[in-house]
Design a protein around this ligand. Sequence first.
Ligand code: SAH
Length: 419
Amino acid sequence: MIAHPKASTSQGRSSMSETLNSGEATAPAATKVPVEISNVRPAPGQIALKAPRRAKPPKHIADFDMAGRREFLKELGYQSFRASQLSKHYFERLVTDPAEMTDLPAKDREQMVAQAMPQLLTPVRTLEADGGDTLKVVHRLFDGALIESVIMRYDNRVTMCISSQAGCGMNCPFCATGQQGLTRNLSTAEIVEQVVAGARYLKQMKGLEEAEGGSEDTRPLRVSNIVFMGMGEALANYKATMGAVHRLIDPSPEGLGISARGLTMSTVGLVPGIRKFELEKLPITLALSLHAPDDELRDELIPINQRWKVDETLDAAYDYYRTTGRRVSIEYALIRDINDQGWRADLLGKKLAQRGRGWVHVNPIPLNPTPGSKWTASRKGVEQNFVERLRAHGIPTTIRDTRGSDIDGACGQLAAKED
Ligand code: SAH
């Protein structure tokens, strides 16, 4: 799975941690004393659809659209046109150091930035794998909660995998995040900040390369793809997630101007959430974490299936495709002797094909190991047979490349720890 198994911590990589730390000196986090977050492991099958109420993170311009930002600045006692200046610095230039914002009055700069763009994420740990092409960052939030995001460089794109919640309430037994339980929802700005931090890191990397007289590596250093496949169930934190989606795709300087076609929203199958998301009519790919074609097994693997069954979930996914024209991805972690039988491939192929042609493709993922789980990935021959059977039903199927598994940065392995 991993081309270059190599992991190192940020200690040996000062330029990287400095990059990710930039702004810390000038825009202090709102709370210096982190609140202790204690997590109780959920009992098997126990689901948390609503997040616990906790202190809210400080407001940030990334929480609002441009009109909201003007109001926000006014409420803080500044002139509303400062919103567009700050937006340019944040979304276009990726700058957070007030010293670099020379169009702002020198006497107000520090305070304005501290109030309107407080530092929400503090990188505590950086791990790399795949010869440096995969980077996992653990961030601490204002209240001490930890989240993770992953940057993956490919020949023709950079994909970021971001978190929408601290922990997750869906309690899927094969997923490390699910075993942590749900600490809280992230705010819109906390979601957006993960991408801005990643974009800033890539930009500085580019700067370093140029300073060294260029590099032979011509691969892109801009975030082009974003998958909501980090910690959390994004559709269960709908409002903050939609705010983040807009900040990501809205043209700069209102947002980052990333193409909606580069975004993927992954869900465990919250049917009302999928239906609501369909109504947004955005060309974003929907990924459905199915993992079993039959209710008997899916009830166990994905506890929310007890509420919304396989067929109605597939219907919602199909309708999503009909409205948006975006081909749906079915995620299927292949677990040895649990969900990898030939008959399950046939049942899945049949259920997908009977709804139509060309609307879906399947991404089998070799199960990544998680602590305390007795399950492992399917044998290679079994995996191949599963793929071939799906294809025989006319369903395009490609095994998902899984990055970063040796740094616990791969699907289902995100369970943020400080060390
Ligand atoms: N809550 C979202 C995002 C979860 S993570 C969702 O459920 O879709 C993204 C993908 O990784 C999901 O498809 C999830 O089911 C899968 N996954 C979780 N644990 C895994 C593991 N141990 N090995 C491989 N994939 C896993």
